[in-house]
Design a protein around this ligand. Structure first.
Ligand SMILES: NC(=O)c1ccc[n+]([C@@H]2O[C@H](COP(=O)([O-])OP(=O)(O)OC[C@H]3O[C@@H](n4cnc5c(N)ncnc54)[C@H](O)[C@@H]3O)[C@@H](O)[C@H]2O)c1
Length: 253
């Protein structure tokens, strides 16, 4: 089960955190992994790690808020590998700030990276996947995506972007299902990555977060990668339009 041999998987924001864990996990299942992020050197380090443990990988610098760069990278990947089977839209930023103080530029930057970037990469991937009538698109949302009764302080821009992802995922699943493409989202809870390092460095903040999680701890990037592998696999062939929350029970609380 979960054999991805020969499949080509592109991951955004894959130089560290969850994106890197996704890259390593997909490679372990046999996928050829295209590691993309803003810093080419850091992407190459992840690709080298995969290659040195017997996997297949390539690295490309790709800022998801730059449509020209997205098109250039997708063109290069298709030219080199002749196919694209899996896209993991993982890149994202979280810069919390009270809504009263948020500038238009800060709002727009979060929307450009977290939401428009996901749309542009998904659209480009679907155009390629439709040619082979087969594909898997996995969008990384969040528990901070506007679920009823679950608000987060300082997250107006972030929650808007992540709520947009879950909504957009359903529309894409409807429109692209007939093209053989499944589109799903994953809604991580609090996951131990560099994104939340400030929370971790404050014992009080960490205690208060853990107290709200039924499993009593943050998740690991590998626990998100396991869900990515499932949704990318043939075994998830009848799953589309779903948001899978991997949150230690946070939303049930
Ligand atoms: N860590 C959490 O608790 C948590 C919870 C819910 C959702 N998420 C989401 O999971 C995803 C991964 O986050 P993470 O926790 O691994 O954070 P992270 O900060 O460790 O990783 C994010 C990656 O995205 C890259 N990135 C940022 N801007 C980019 C751009 N313009 N173009 C391309 N890449 C860019 C960064 O360089 C980085 O490698 C994000 O979408 C985040 O919003 C994280």
């Amino acid at each position: 089960m979960f054999d991805l041999s020969g499949k080509v998987a592109l991951i955004t924001g894959a130089q560290r955190g969850m994106g890197k864990a996704d890259a390593l996990a997909l490679a372990k299942q046999g996928a050829i992994v295209i590691v993309t992020d803003i810093d080419e050197k850091a992407c190459k380090a992840v690709a080298d790690e995969i290659i040195s443990s017997g996997g297949k990988a390539a690295a490309f610098a790709m800022d998801v808020s730059d449509k020209k760069k997205i098109d250039a990278v997708f063109d290069a990947v298709i030219k080199q590998f002749k196919r694209l089977d899996i896209l993991v839209n993982n890149a994202g930023i979280f810069r919390p700030k009270p809504a009263l103080d948020l500038t238009e530029q800060e709002w727009q930057q979060t929307i450009d990276i977290n939401l428009t970037g996901v749309f542009l990469c998904a659209q480009r991937a679907a155009q390629e996947m439709a040619k082979k009538k087969c594909g898997r698109i996995i969008n990384i949302a969040s528990i901070a995506s506007g679920q009823v009764g679950v608000g987060f302080m300082g997250s107006a821009h972030y929650s808007a972007s992540k709520g947009g992802i879950t909504a957009m995922t359903e529309t894409m699943a409807l429109e692209w299902g007939p093209l053989g493409i499944t589109v799903n989202a994953i809604g991580p809870g609090a996951i131990d990555t560099p994104m939340v390092s400030s929370t971790k460095s404050s014992p009080e903040a960490l205690r208060s977060i853990n107290a709200r999680i039924p499993l009593g701890r943050m998740g690991t990037p590998e626990e998100i990668a396991a869900a990515v592998v499932f949704l990318a696999s043939d075994e998830a062939s009848y799953v589309t339009g779903a948001t899978l929350f991997v949150d230690g029970g946070y939303l049930a609380g």
